[in-house]
Design a binder for this molecule. Structure first.
Ligand code: ATP
Length: 328
């Protein structure tokens, strides 16, 4: 990294998340501010390999801060997992005169970025963009706050119908192996029980809790379940299991699915994305590479990509306690 950087490439990769557009806008505008060129790469690492590039000016990103999804599109690229694929990507960047790369995505995206640095000594900085909030080195990932608000809004609606018909609802939310969405939306929507992979509550405890609720006169219940829950059953099997053991329950299952990824980003996500986009460009201009920009205790913090990939964000024990107390 001896030559001054004159051109930065930018891509979004992995699952899309609301706020990615706000991050794209911030990176492009920061490049304009510092008088360097910004190249948008379409479809993540796939577009990097195919040379699907477009120079982005400050005006290209007008009116996108409020839009969900990503204007650069996202993709999962198998070819980038091969040395040959990454070599093609490197050649395309060099040919386009690009001196550094900003990648917005999750764990997988950062793993690819790290390999790229190690193999070609090419500067890369990561921005955490995923609704799951499962990245070490930041209190919040871009998209998480919006997803929380979307989920709570939907559960509020489901609660209306659950209450009217005395039903027990199992609601599956996204999160893969991380229960951040389930725990926070469970508390925020007043769920009776929250099943997350980090805390093995087990079927016995769930049954006990439902029975207690019924004894206390609860006529409807909401159970929020993370998609990656390790109870050994899918949310549908869980519903069937409880129905078989407790035929009196009128059970419904609702899988929220991809609606959690969409929608206009919350103000929190827009501000977070703007801060991290500017920080990523400033890192590269300061010759810092191999890091992810994140926010910890409301301060922008840099974390090595290797750490961001390997370590896990711990679930907040205080929130577990609050969930237990407030669901009695
Ligand atoms: P999300 O958390 O939303 O799923 P992610 O970034 O973890 O986002 P992945 O699909 O795991 O999403 O990774 C995105 C892309 O990163 C992959 O399609 C692939 O191109 C690249 N990638 C992932 N793992 C590797 C790896 N081991 N080596 C090289 N590239 C990788």
């Amino acid at each position: 990294m001896n030559e001054p950087i004159k051109k930065i490439a930018l891509l979004t990769s992995g699952g899309d998340a609301p706020g990615m557009n706000a991050a794209i806008r911030a990176v492009v505008r920061a490049c304009t501010y510092y008088r360097i060129e910004c190249v948008g790469v379409y479809r993540g690492y796939e577009g990097l390999i195919e040379g699907d590039f477009e120079v982005l000016s400050g005006r290209h990103v007008s009116n996108i801060i409020n839009k969900g999804g990503t204007i650069l599109k996202s993709a999962r690229s198998m070819e980038f997992k091969t040395v040959e694929g990454r070599a093609k990507a490197y050649e395309n960047l060099i040919e386009a005169g690009v001196g550094a790369l900003v990648v917005i995505g999750g764990d997988g995206t950062f793993t690819g970025g790290l390999k790229f640095i190690q193999e070609f000594n090419f500067p890369v900085v990561g921005i955490p963009g995923t609704i799951d909030n499962d990245i070490y080195g930041t209190d919040f990932t871009i998209g998480y706050d919006t997803a929380l608000n979307t989920v709570v809004e939907v559960i509020d609606k489901i609660r209306d119908t659950a209450g009217s018909h005395n039903r027990l609802f199992f609601i599956e939310v996204m999160g893969r192996d991380a229960g951040f969405i389930a725990l926070n939306t469970g508390i925020g929507s007043g769920a009776e029980e929250i099943l997350i992979p980090e805390k093995d509550i087990g079927l016995d405890k769930l049954e006990e809790s439902l029975a207690k609720g019924r004894d206390k006169g609860k006529t409807s219940s909401i159970v929020v379940v993370t998609e990656g829950e390790k109870i050994g059953k899918s949310v549908f099997e869980l519903g069937d299991y409880i129905k078989e053991k407790y035929p009196a329950y009128d059970i419904r299952v609702s899988v929220l699915g991809h609606m959690q990824r969409g929608g206009s980003p919350s103000c929190f996500d827009r501000v977070l994305a703007s801060r991290l986009g500017v920080a990523a460009v400033e890192c590269l201009l300061d010759r810092v590479s191999g890091v992810m920009v994140g926010v910890i205790n409301n301060e922008v913090i840099l974390t090595g990509l290797n750490k961001a990939i390997k370590l896990n964000n711990e679930i907040d024990k205080e929130l577990l306690r609050v969930a237990e107390i407030t669901s009695v």
